[in-house]
Unconditional design. Sequence first.
Length: 518
Amino acid sequence: MLKTALAGGGLLLSGLPAGAQQATALMRAPRRALVIGNSRYPRAPLANPGNDARGMAEVLRGIGFEVTAGLDLSREAMHEAVRAYIEGVRRAGAVGLFYFAGHGMQLAWRNYLLPVDAEIDSVEELRQRAFDISSLIDGIRGAGNPMNMIILDACRDNPLGGAARVDQKGLSQMDAPPGTFLAYATAPGNTAIDGDGGQHGLYTEHLLREIRVPEAKVEDVFKRVRLGVRRQSNGQQIPWESTSLESDFWFLPPRELRKRADDEVEREFREELALWERIRAATVPEPFEDYLRRYPGGRFSELAQLQLDRALAMMGEKKIEIVSAPQNPYAKGAVSASIGYKVGDFYQYRQADLLTRLEIDSGTRRITAITANEVIYNKGVIVTDLLGNLLRVPSGATWSPNQTAPLEFAVGRRWNTRFRVVPPKGGDSTVDLDMRIADRERVTVPAGTFNAFRVEARGWQTGMVDGRGHFNVSWDWKTWYAPGEVRLPVAFEWFVRHSFGKIMRATRNEMVSFHQQP
C-alpha cells in the first residue's frame, strides 16, 4: 500500500535547528518581568501567593531580569502595573515575563485575575471588578518585543467564597499569541493546589527549582515542572502550556551558542537511543520518569510520556484532563492521541501526484495484530507503534523508534526526532526532523470532513540507500490528524527535493474510507 510514498525506505525530513543568530539575539535582549502575588482576599485568603511572588522575583533578578514586583494589588494598581510593564518591554525591545499568583476565574471563555479589592457579589460583576487577561495579551501583541512569557499560578479553588459561582472551574484554554509562551499551573478547566503547608504553592515550588537549571530550554523547564507536579499530586494537578515560539530561549543560556559537530550529535543520539531501547518495554513508571527528567525535550519524549501514562494508569492514577470546550473562541483546543486500536479496523487511502493531481496508487491498511507496543497492518507489511509512528514500511525498510506523531495535539507545539532508516537491500540513513503543530482546520477528504490538526515537518535525510552512494534529501511533510474522530491521519503530503534542487517526489494521500471499532 502507498508504495510510492513509502517505498524508498521512508525518506523523511530532517530538522534544521533554530537559527543560532535568532537565539543569540534573544539572549542579548534586555529582560523585563512583572511579578504579582495576591493573597489577602477578604472572602477567600490564600496562604502562598505572596511567598510565591517574592521567590519568583528573587530568582528572576538572579538570572538577569529587571523585575517589578507587586503584592496584594487592587484592580487599579494591577492595571497600572500592566500598562507600565507593556510600555517598558515595548521601549526596551525586551524579552518579557508576566507572573501572577492568586485567584483566577473564567467567564464566557475569558479569563480573569482577581485583585484583592474585588468585592464580587454576582457573576455579572466579574467583568467590571476583575482584571481581564485579554488586556495583557492585547498589549503585548502591539508591543513588538521579541518574546513574551505569561505564567499563571491562578487557578485556586473557591475564589469568591459563597458570594457567587461560575459553572466552569479554573481558567479557560487560550492559544498563545505570536511569540509567546503561556503557562498555567494546571490544565484548563481544573483547579490548582495552594501548597501543602510549605512556603510555596505546589506549581511555583517546582518552577523555582527548574528555572535555575543551567542550559535548559524554556519548554524543557516547564516539561520538568509538569512531571514533578503531576507525580507529587498523584495526577490531580497537571500543568499546561501553549506556545507560539519560533526560536529557542534559555533562562540560563549555554556559554556558547553554536551548531554542534555532526559527530557530537551522533554520539548523543546513540546514547539516548540506547537508553530508550533499554527502558521502552518497562511496565513501571520510574524508568520513564528518569528519562523525561534527563531528556524533557528528547527524541523519544512523546513515547516516554505515553508509556508513563500507561504505567501510572495501571497503578490506579486518575489524572485530570483538559476540559473539552469546542465553543471556546480563544483556543483551537487540545486533544490526546487515541490508541484504542482493534484487530479488524481498516483505513483505505488513495494517492495522487501533487503536481498533476492524477491518482497514482491506492491501498488499505488493515489491523491484523496488536502487541503491547506495536500495531501490525496487513500481516506485517506495515508496523507502527501505538502513536502511529512507522517502524516498518511496505518496501521492507525498518525505522528505529521515532516520534513523528505526538501524544498531545495543540496548536504551537514543537518537538524533534532523529532516527535510522535501514532499507532491505542494505545501506543506512539518518533522519532529522523539526516538528510543529501549525494549525487546526477543517479538512475534507473522500472519507468525510474532519476538524484536523496540521502537523508540519522539515529537514533532511542523509546516508546511503540500497548500497548506492551518499545522498542528501530535503523534505517538506504535512500530516492532518483528527484525534477523537479517526486514529490514523486523514491526509498527508510529502514533497521531496534532492540537495541540488531536483524534485524527487510530490504526493498527497487522502483517506477514502475507514472502519474502527469504539
